[in-house]
Write a protein that binds this ligand. Structure first.
Ligand code: GDP
Ligand code: IMO
Ligand code: MG
Length: 432
């Protein structure tokens, strides 16, 4: 029986983390988003209804769960308020059970504008960001000039800080990008209006979580993005601006590693990537069309078509090591149902020297091609299966091979978008 678990993505995001967090949250008291911002798009399908969450932790659809947005997250308050309203429209009321860290840095309109203008200027070399101002907001955090959620509590201080930072951005907007400047008074007025809505949610979430741990409450830490988008360990510069690997939990919440009992890596049965950057197992034409169509691989945040590819076993092993993963959850197995053959990349080969690489390193990715092991497809429906015994044998063998290549067990398999379509092999919270 585990107390506190981390659920994070092992690939380039969109592995299906939201569904798994939602499913396991029924056994948990708290669910915490600890890094990233509203660049995330976590999809939940409940009673046939699709709900996409960008900032609010995916567990809050369960009425007894407390959602926490901790210090490591960059928050766009305008988008947070929209999301609260969206949930209300679906009859999920979370006002008295959502807390926001007073130490979270804010994403403000000039961050978004600079993000978009920089991407435009980079042209073909653009990162392919979500355009949510994530990079600039984290830059301000590191440069110690962020406006933090706690700053909302002191109007004079807020006004002074805002005036300074707006002037800093206006200089760039006007002189470099020939764009129009922002009026800090307008941003201030908007912030003061939002403050009245979220005031009671502002907390020292580190203290809150320490207390929860003392009271032996169960906590799920919900990762955003995926390990290969990590600012330090991902495919830099084609990454996001936070630590989406395990360290992000610790710095992003103030909880130490001894309180993390189990780390679940969510892995899609194939690969996808939104935005630019190396992707050794990328496929094109028919197979890409198959994954896009059957897997509905269009971004939950921006609607962009996701690039698709076979499962990359070399990258998966890297993620297992980066995050000290306890186990894997394989998602979207059902998407492979109609494929005659299925491939897993087991090593890379250098296209110039023919050298074989069995380990992932960001510096080789631009000049490698994948070496595949090919499996027979099962050509049967697995969608909706909830018992491992019902899996066709080739699908079971595929899962077993993933375990072998990853070096850790698969504890869960997801077989449809629906919140309850899960094969539970070993439950992190229950003994059975
Ligand atoms: P996240 O960002 O990791 O939470 O993932 P997204 O929500 O961005 O993308 C995952 C997509 O796959 C969503 O549309 C989910 O509804 C869907 N999904 C999740 N698990 C499964 C599954 O097992 N099978 C199928 N077919 N779809 C799934
Ligand atoms: P979830 O949590 C997939 C990608 C963007 C871009 C890069 C940098 O839903 O898995 P950013 O806006 O963060 O500066 O963009 O990171 N990216 C994601 N890709 N899923 C996500 O989140 C992502 N969040 C950011 O496409 O390549
Ligand atoms: Mg997503």
């Amino acid at each position: 029986m585990k107390k506190n678990i981390v659920i994070l993505g092992t690939q380039w995001g969109d592995e299906g983390k939201g569904k798994i967090v939602d499913y396991l949250s029924q056994y948990s008291s708290y669910v915490v988003r600890y890094q990233g911002g509203n660049n995330a798009g976590h999809t939940l399908v409940v009673d046939g209804k699709k709900i996409v969450l960008h900032l609010i932790p995916s567990g809050v659809l369960h009425p007894n769960v407390i959602g926490v947005i901790s210090n490591g997250v960059v928050i766009s308050l305008i988008d947070l308020v929209k999301e609260i309203k969206m949930l209300k429209d679906y009859n999920f009321f979370i006002n008295n059970r959502l807390y926001i860290s007073n130490a979270s840095s804010l994403i403000l309109p000039f961050h978004i504008k600079i993000d978009l203008l920089r991407e435009k200027k980079l042209g073909l070399n653009a990162i392919g960001t979500t355009g949510r101002g994530i990079g600039p907001a984290y830059e301000d955090k590191i440069a110690r000039r962020s406006i933090r959620v706690g700053d909302l509590k002191n109007k004079k201080n807020l006004s002074n800080k805002l005036k300074k930072i707006v002037s800093y951005y206006n200089d760039q907007l006007v002189s470099i990008y020939k764009s129009s400047p922002f009026d800090y008074q307008v941003i201030l007025a908007d912030l003061l209006q939002i403050k009245s809505i979220i005031y009671d949610m502002i907390k020292d979430t580190t203290l809150l979580l320490h207390q929860a741990i003392k009271n032996k409450k169960t906590i799920i830490f919900e990762g955003a993005q995926g390990s290969l988008l990590d600012i330090d360990h991902g495919t830099y510069p084609y990454v996001t601006s936070s630590n989406s690997t395990i360290g992000g939990v610790i710095t992003g919440t103030g909880i130490g590693s001894k309180n993390l009992d189990y780390i679940l890596g969510v892995t899609k049965a194939y690969s996808t990537r939104v935005g630019n950057g190396p992707f050794p197992t990328e496929v094109f034409n028919d197979i890409d069309c198959y994954f896009s169509t059957i897997g509905k691989e269009f971004g939950s945040t921006t609607g962009r078509k996701r690039r698709t590819g076979w499962l990359d076993g070399v990258a998966l092993r890297y993620s297992v090591e980066l995050n000290s993963l306890s186990a894997l959850c394989i998602t979207k197995l059902d998407v492979l149902d109609n494929l005659k053959e299925i491939k897993i990349c087991i090593a890379y080969q250098d296209v110039f020297t023919s050298e074989i690489y069995s380990n992932f390193s960001f510096c080789i990715l631009e000049h490698v091609k994948p070496i595949y092991k090919t499996f027979p497809g099962w050509m049967k429906k697995t969608s909706g299966i909830r018992n491992i015994k019902d899996l066709p044998n080739p699908a079971y063998c595929y899962i077993k091979y993933i375990e072998k290549i990853a070096g850790i067990p698969v504890h869960m398999i997801s077989t449809s978008p629906d919140r309850n379509d899960i094969i539970m092999i070993k439950h992190p919270f229950l003994k059975f």
